[in-house]
Write a protein that binds this ligand. Sequence first.
Ligand SMILES: NC(=O)c1ccc[n+]([C@@H]2O[C@H](COP(=O)([O-])OP(=O)(O)OC[C@H]3O[C@@H](n4cnc5c(N)ncnc54)[C@H](OP(=O)(O)O)[C@@H]3O)[C@@H](O)[C@H]2O)c1
Length: 325
Amino acid sequence: MQSVQDFVKDNFSWKWVALGTAGVSVFLLRRYVAGPRCPSKVLIPGKTVIITGANCGIGRATALELAKRQGRIILACRDTQTGEEAVKYIRRRTKEGQLIVKKLDLASLKSVKSFCTDIKESEPRIDVLINNAGVFQSPVAKTEDGFEMQMGVNHLGHFYLTNLLLDKLKQSTPSRVVVVSSGLYKMGKIDFDVLENKAEPDQKRTYHNSKLANALFARELAKKLDGTGVSVYCLRPGMVRTSLGRHVSFGALAFPLVKLLGWLLVKGENDGCQTVVYCAVAKELEGVTGHFYANCKEEPWAKSATDDEVAAKLWDVSVKLTEIN
Ligand SMILES: NC(=O)c1ccc[n+]([C@@H]2O[C@H](COP(=O)([O-])OP(=O)(O)OC[C@H]3O[C@@H](n4cnc5c(N)ncnc54)[C@H](OP(=O)(O)O)[C@@H]3O)[C@@H](O)[C@H]2O)c1
């Protein structure tokens, strides 16, 4: 019989060592990129959570996680058909929780208002509002009310939505507002002339600016709601493989390389939603408000988001533009 030593000698090949090392490295890299999972395992039976843009990407993954935790999830989607497809997707993975699809187009203040009227009449409480929907680098376009599309959807639509639901959130304390921003908020700048349609936007920067608006809004909202029992959390999910880049095109030749790098270096949506879930449910965050999170832990606000004067002005201009009483 052949000894182990002879077997290794006969079959050893650097090729297999190299392949094994590469496999382990890829595995470890992907584990690192995925980031931590929400450390809180709390269940939320019967708690009502509204998630905007829940038909795909991070919103759908969040809906799945919170359904598994037995929540009552309202998927607020601009297209109810893709919302129903998301329900089927979630139902293939869990039988837990309740799933309700409702129409919400954040590019239309009329749609936001009618969504909120419906919620106020039909829902006895809102435990968590997750402002997740977003548009990235969309072609030049305006919302129904004439706002630049990315600022209109990412900031103004959510600003209006949150304000119209505030009374309900205050009646449901302890309740939460979770604002999904992006690491790119650090490079944003609020140009009030652009916001008020007095100057042309720089399309390349508008997403960054809208995500800074998310951060400034979250800080200002937390201040205004201090002591009410409604807590506000802002976060960046990290780079996540979703359809957010749908308006960005790569050449046909670069596409497979982009796909491969995306698979290797970018989180999947189930990993990408973990900080959203953490902010929505973690018991240790109850009563904590006005902070920024990434990788399921607190992170300091970037300087751009700490200008209280800009935050207050953004609030006032947003009130004027959305004509909230
Ligand atoms: N993916 C990333 O790497 C990344 C990084 C940082 C931050 N984020 C943030 O994460 C959030 C979720 O993005 P994602 O990556 O999951 O992208 P996604 O897969 O493209 O999801 C975006 C969601 O927003 C919805 N939406 C767009 N316009 C809307 C409107 N007018 N009214 C209502 N809903 C609208 C989309 O609905 P339709 O499908 O109908 O268009 C979709 O459900 C966004 O706020 C984004 O800025 C993402």
